[in-house]
Write a protein that binds this ligand. Structure first.
Ligand code: URA
Ligand code: CA
Length: 434
């Protein structure tokens, strides 16, 4: 087989065989196929797309390019949730303990945040002592005994994807649905998921800014999952404005604690109950989505979800007393309000702009090497659709620097106030099951 022939075939819109796709991915991973050929190949896919079969072959070729996590020692169906990135997305912190409390095994491998989106590990490290540096044995034991553990990304998972994603980044080929879908799904499958629930975000803070593109991406991932024997469902959820109120590590841990008790922001709670219901249902812990949802509401109300969160933190070295005393989480030195400059109705809170403001404050990373300040961030006091009076606080800034003029300006630029009444945006647009 010759790479040049395969590029030509794809360039002309023909479907590739499994052997051809394996040849490309293996050759690229071990360095036999150079970047320039892989660039041309990616661009051919960008223009010619891939059939459902080709997408499944590509995904599995990337899964097989490196280590695969074996979770077979863990009892039950391991359901993983993946969100395609967002601002102030506190769902993973809530969903883990929430579904574990009804018996779904949560064996999660997680990463750190980059740019305007936050990472789950960063958020959890706001809890003093908490660590994801645990052995595989301990990870498996904890999930079997307590239904939940989180481990840091380790080993050589999907090296083909790492290399290809970096190449796509500099060759204008990131935004191709077959490439995005196979990239995301390969990582979930290599991490050992039996079933996958996807939260595909749409809107300004999302990877896919428009609904049509988000639907196509969700459909592509669900199709790949089901074609390679992993039950997969997706929802499309709003990321035009940030989710919940809090953006920033400590602030989001506090928000998760509130939500686990049914006292959190309503949009975050609703999204967690919806995603959680699918997880419980796919894990066979309920025979219908309604029953699954009721189980989740019950553990929110009877304290079991919160108790599970405490046990989870303690198991991984964390100081669980923060759950009852959230003021023990890292606190910022300056709390500064951003008052509305006019009466009216909040019509827009541009998620990625707010995420960038939080990042500049120190809550996120501009580059992989940046260090983050766990204490700082933003709390929205108003969301789209709320009415507001001049002088009322729109946002509270939690900062470790007194000088927040730039942040304030950015916040004013990303929030619009209109004279006329505005509806809150739709939170969940659609569900895709096959
Ligand atoms: N996220 C990924 O992991 N891969 C992509 O290709 C795009 C977003
Ligand atoms: Ca939030």
């Amino acid at each position: 087989m010759r790479m040049v022939d395969i590029i030509e075939k794809k360039r002309d819109g023909e479907a590739l065989t499994k052997d051809e796709i394996n040849f490309v991915i293996q050759g690229y991973t071990n360095g036999e196929i150079p970047d320039y050929q892989m660039s041309a190949f990616s661009m051919a896919i960008y223009f010619q797309d891939m059939s459902p079969e080709e997408r499944a072959y590509l995904t599995m070729a990337m899964v097989e390019s490196g280590d695969q996590i074996d979770l077979s020692m863990i009892d039950g169906i391991k359901v993983d949730k993946h969100s395609t990135g967002g601002v102030g997305d506190t769902t993973t912190l809530v969903l883990g303990p929430l579904v574990a409390a009804v018996g779904v095994p949560v064996a999660k491998m997680s990463g750190r945040g980059l740019g305007h989106t936050g990472g789950t590990i960063d958020k959890l490290e706001a809890v003093d002592g908490f660590t994801v540096e645990i052995s595989n044995e301990k990870f498996i034991d904890l999930v079997n005994e307590h239904k939940i553990a989180i481990i840091g990304q380790s080993g050589n998972l999907t090296p083909a994807d790492k290399k290809l994603y970096a190449l796509r980044d500099v060759t204008a080929t990131v935004n191709a649905i077959p490439l995005i879908a196979s990239s995301i799904m390969s990582k979930k499958i290599a991490a050992g998921a039996d079933a996958i629930v996807l939260d595909v975000k749409t809107g300004a803070g999302a990877f896919m800014k428009d609904l049509e593109g988000s639907k196509q991406l969700a459909q592509a991932m669900v199709e790949i999952g089901n074609n390679v024997g992993r039950k997969t469902m997706a929802i499309i959820s709003d990321m035009s404005q940030p989710l919940g109120f809090a953006i920033g590590n400590s602030l989001e841990v506090k928000e998760a604690i509130d939500t686990l008790q049914g006292k959190g922001p309503k949009d975050l709670e609703e999204l967690c109950l919806t995603l959680g219901s699918y997880m419980v249902y796919l894990a066979n812990e309920a025979s219908s989505l309604e029953e699954a949802r009721q189980k989740l509401v019950d553990v929110m109300n009877n304290g079991k979800a919160l108790e599970t969160f405490k046990i989870f933190l303690t198991n991984q070295g964390g100081d669980a007393s923060v759950v009852d005393n959230p003021e023990k989480l890292p606190q910022a030195s300056y709390i500064i309000e951003v008052p509305a400059q006019a009466d009216g109705h909040v019509s827009e809170i541009i998620a990625d702009e707010i995420g960038t403001a939080a990042m500049i404050l120190g809550a996120g990373r501009a580059t992989k090497e940046s260090t983050i300040d766990l204490a700082v961030g933003l709390v929205l006091n108003k969301k789209v659709g709320d009415s507001v009076s001049k002088g009322e606080s729109l946002v509270t800034i939690h900062s470790n620097s007194e000088n927040v003029e730039e942040i304030k300006n950015r916040i004013y630029e990303s929030i619009s106030i209109s004279d006329t009444k505005v509806d809150a945006p739709t939170l969940i647009y659609t569900t895709i099951t096959s």
